[in-house]
Design a protein around this ligand. Structure first.
Ligand code: M6R
Length: 606
């Protein structure tokens, strides 16, 4: 996730308005920031690695003036956060400047073609192919608008793009699969990834559709489809308070991030899996990358550890010896490791001290290390031998939500790469597994649309404690459900393997301790047996279960339903139900949800 903005107007204050817009979009990324402004002639580009404040300081010395401009705040997906990789990107002749949010899937192929024709690239980004393509079409005699349209036709993947071109007084923009809205004011236009970017200047908004092309000049704007046919879009007035707008109208970042999961999962999966052929494509991990690996160890903390447990189970059941460790324990009492061991650090921030210590320990013992992380320039990504990026976009709430879902999906894809390299054959059920992954964005959306978690949270608000149980791939979900619940509601919650309940915790079960039982369509009769044990002690049971489980419904006081899918990925929508449960329980208790007491987003001490 990145943020883009464009400003079109007569007055020369594009820079100030773009900077305001970028600050309002910083929640979408803060690896680097940049802008380009035009005042006649060609675009003047300014960009800096790091937060927007660094760009502002750079502009203090030589702020350009102009009425037309584009800006960008980056969340890295291709290449580390550096000045070179910051947007806007230009072609060879600096006639064109482009900002982009999304992923150009065919960028490798386009880059090769362009390089063969003599183009020289300055960044590692997928975006840079765009200005080079536009430049070629301009050289062939196309107008700026034609050059833009021809270029966009060559792109596959997701994009929201805005462009400035020398000798043109317009901003050109389009979208496919990434958000882009048009802000309309008297004599002024804005294009941005999100409304808060320009809410300080106008609240009149046009929500653009995929395939819309906008050409905006100080004198007016035109919206067409890619072939140039005019399209009608209505202007709507939004009623958001600018202060709350960063949360997109949600009361808390956590709720916003829970609702961002369908989009985050699409981004995680984009271009990486084809259920029809069973193919998994991870750019940095071609077939054979892990031929010499014999065992896999996951190291992680908290929510990421729960994702690591899922990753480990997926490998173990497909013939790859694998174990998940709490990073803090691993660093203190490391298991045997050698050159055939792959140690995978799962860490959304890439900065967790315990996880970094475990990875360093493993590296020193001769293991190969991979970071599975959300942050491209993070310490884990830089220090490990390789990194797999989960592409969930920035997460502001301390409680990890969308990063967990994207971690699990990334580990399922990465797991399939490992299974093939380590065992020499594909997983038997790979097509079904990949279809299960591909269905997740829609299924999570279904849960978000129909969940009755708030009612359940209200019903059990006065309980003494909350227990969560599950087995197999939903045992980690029970643990994650309990962690989230205690973290933000401050109520006592524990997660157990369903079969363990009778070995001790059952002593705590009373009519005032609801038990949340998670089912995944595998060994359900055993978990149902555990539910009956709970029922016999008079405790209320809330089942989190795939649709149509009659027997589960019979024994549960409430059911939080999830769509039917591959048992190995059921945990993702099940966990979304539990995220909503925790959120609503905490909200009802009026807890400071985004910043729970005593906790930090990134824990940088051991
Ligand atoms: O950044 P990391 O994924 O390494 O963080 C690890 C844990 O601190 C983290 O998952 C924590 O448990 C969550 N914020 C809980 O919601």
């Amino acid at each position: 996730m990145c943020g883009i903005i464009a400003r079109v107007g007569d007055s020369d204050d594009a820079v100030d308005e773009l900077l305001t817009g970028l600050e309002n979009l910083e929640y979408r990324g803060y690896d680097s920031a940049g802008l380009a402004v035009k005042n006649g002639g060609g675009p003047n580009v300014f960009k800096r690695e790091g937060e927007i404040s660094r760009l502002k300081t750079a502009l203090d010395d030589e702020a350009p003036s102009g009425g037309l401009g584009i800006g960008h705040t980056r969340w890295s997906t291709h290449g580390p956060p550096t000045d070179e990789n910051a947007h806007p990107h230009t072609g060879c002749g600096d006639r064109v400047a482009v900002v982009h949010n999304g992923i150009i899937e065919n960028h490798d192929q386009l880059r090769e073609e362009l390089q063969a024709r003599g183009h020289v690239f300055e960044s590692d980004t997928d975006t840079e192919v765009i200005p080079h393509l536009v430049e070629e079409h301009l050289a062939e005699g196309a107008t700026a608008e034609e050059a833009f349209r021809r270029t966009v036709r060559r792109l596959s993947g997701s994009y929201a793009v805005a462009m400035l071109v020398e000798d043109s007084d317009a901003v050109y923009a389009t979208r496919r699969g990434s958000p882009l809205v048009l802000g309309v004011d008297e004599g002024e236009y804005f294009l941005a990834s999100d409304v808060p970017a320009f809410l300080d200047f106008t609240d009149d908004v046009v929500y653009l559709d995929d395939g819309d092309v906008v050409v905006a000049e100080p004198g007016g704007h035109v919206i067409t489809d890619l072939d140039g046919n005019s399209v009608e879009r209505t202007v709507k007035t939004v009623e958001w308070d600018p202060e709350d707008a960063g949360k997109g109208g949600y009361d808390h970042y956590m709720l916003k991030e829970i609702h961002e999961q369908p989009a985050a999962l699409r981004q995680t999966l984009r271009g990486r899996a084809d259920p029809a052929t069973g193919e998994v494509t991870l750019d940095d991990f071609p077939p054979g990358t892990f031929d010499d690996v014999e065992r896999v160890q996951f190291v992680a903390c908290g929510t990421s550890y729960h994702a690591g447990l899922v990753g480990s189970r997926l490998l173990g059941t497909r013939g790859v010896p694998s174990q998940a460790f709490l990073a803090s324990e691993y660093a203190t009492s490391p298991p045997p490791v050698d050159g055939d061991t792959l140690v995978v650090g799962v860490t959304q921030s890439g900065e967790t001290a315990d996880t970094l210590a475990a990875l360093r320990q493993a590296h020193a013992a001769g293991a190969r290390t991979v970071a599975v992380t959300n942050v491209v320039g993070s310490t884990a990504a830089r220090e490990c031998d390789d990194a797999l990026f989960i592409r969930a976009g920035p997460e502001i709430g301390v409680a990890a939500t969308k990063t967990y879902s994207s971690q699990v999906v990334s580990l399922a894809l990465f797991g399939e790469r490992l299974v093939r390299d380590v065992t020499g054959s594909r997983s038997d059920d790979v097509e079904r597994l990949l279809q299960g992954l591909a269905d997740l964005p829609g299924q999570v959306q279904q849960v978000l649309d129909y969940s009755k978690a708030r009612r359940v949270a209200k019903q059990y608000r006065d309980s003494d404690a909350y227990f969560f149980i599950g087995r197999d791939t939903v045992h980690p979900v029970a643990m994650e459900g309990a962690l989230k619940f205690k973290e933000i509601s401050y109520e006592h919650a524990e997660g157990f393997a369903a079969g363990e309940l009778k070995h001790g915790p059952l002593a705590l079960v009373t009519p005032n301790t609801p038990v949340f039982a998670v089912f995944n369509d595998r060994d359900d009769e055993k978990t149902l047996g555990n539910v009956k044990e709970v029922e016999a002690r008079g405790a209320p049971v809330v089942a989190v279960a795939p649709e149509g489980h009659e027997e589960v419904v019979q024994h549960a006081d409430e059911v939080l339903t999830i769509p039917d899918t591959h048992p190995d990925v059921t945990g993702v929508p099940a966990n979304v139900q539990l995220q909503l449960l925790s959120y609503h329980a905490a909200d009802i208790l009026d807890r400071p949800i985004d910043k729970p007491r005593n906790l930090a987003k990134s824990v940088t001490v051991e």
